[in-house]
Design a protein. Structure first.
Length: 216
């Protein structure tokens, strides 16, 4: 790494934050179907701010033997086998999501991705379970560490519900669009960036290279 490395390489201890939202057919990552995944990649501006960059997403077919909870499907409005979903099997879907994440890790001189989510342990649990089922060998995400915008929003805005935190941060919110993976991931990305940028503007953070941290 050199002095011209992108700011994302040092801002989060060598981790690349990637905002993830999943839509599922229940709450049990081991038994319930993963139906949608959206990932938002970030970029650093010349002014040192972070902003949402690109969004990648996939509709996913339920894995063989997956449980489909009626209440969950009624809540998110997903018909898992609707032909217009153009859904992919889990392995192909995850590989298509992971490919640009791995590229972004390299381009930003980071060592690994770290999942950012609203109730992040839920999203990471479903990602990890799907990786295990499909035997994907190169999961770009840290296996258990996350950045959770529930906690960050509680600190920054006094709100823990995504919709209320977005409104508190002056981020437009459309309740009719909520509960799709893309919409929720993109609003969560805006929220995360707003919190980090506010912190950096008012408090600041020292630039510490991953190499220095590794030596400590």
């Amino acid at each position: 790494m050199n002095d011209h490395s992108p700011p994302l390489a040092t801002r989060f201890r060598g981790f690349l934050p990637v905002i993830i939202d999943v839509e599922t057919a229940g709450f049990n990552a081991k038994t319930d179907a993963l139906l949608e995944v959206a990932a938002v990649l970030l970029k650093a501006t010349s002014a040192g701010r972070i902003e949402p960059d690109i969004t990648v997403a996939q509709h996913i077919l339920p894995f063989e033997g997956a449980n489909l909870e009626k209440a969950a499907l009624e809540f998110n409005g997903i018909d898992p086998y609707h032909p217009f979903r153009m859904a992919q099997p889990e392995k192909e879907a995850l590989q298509s999501i992971f490919k640009p994440i791995r590229s972004a890790i390299r381009e930003n001189h980071c060592t690994r991705a770290i999942l950012v989510g609203h109730n992040a342990s839920f999203d990471l649990g479903f990602i990890n379970a799907a990786v295990e089922r499909t035997k994907i060998k190169r999961n770009p995400f840290h296996p258990f560490s996350t950045f959770d915008t529930v906690s960050l929003s509680g600190l920054a805005y006094g709100q823990t519900v995504l919709a209320r935190a977005a409104v508190a941060a002056a981020i437009p919110w459309d309740g009719k669009e909520a509960h799709s993976a893309i919409y929720d991931a993109e609003r969560t990305a805006e929220l995360f960036c707003d919190i980090v940028n506010r912190w950096d503007a008012h408090i600041g953070i020292p630039a510490v290279s991953p190499e220095k941290l590794a030596d400590e």
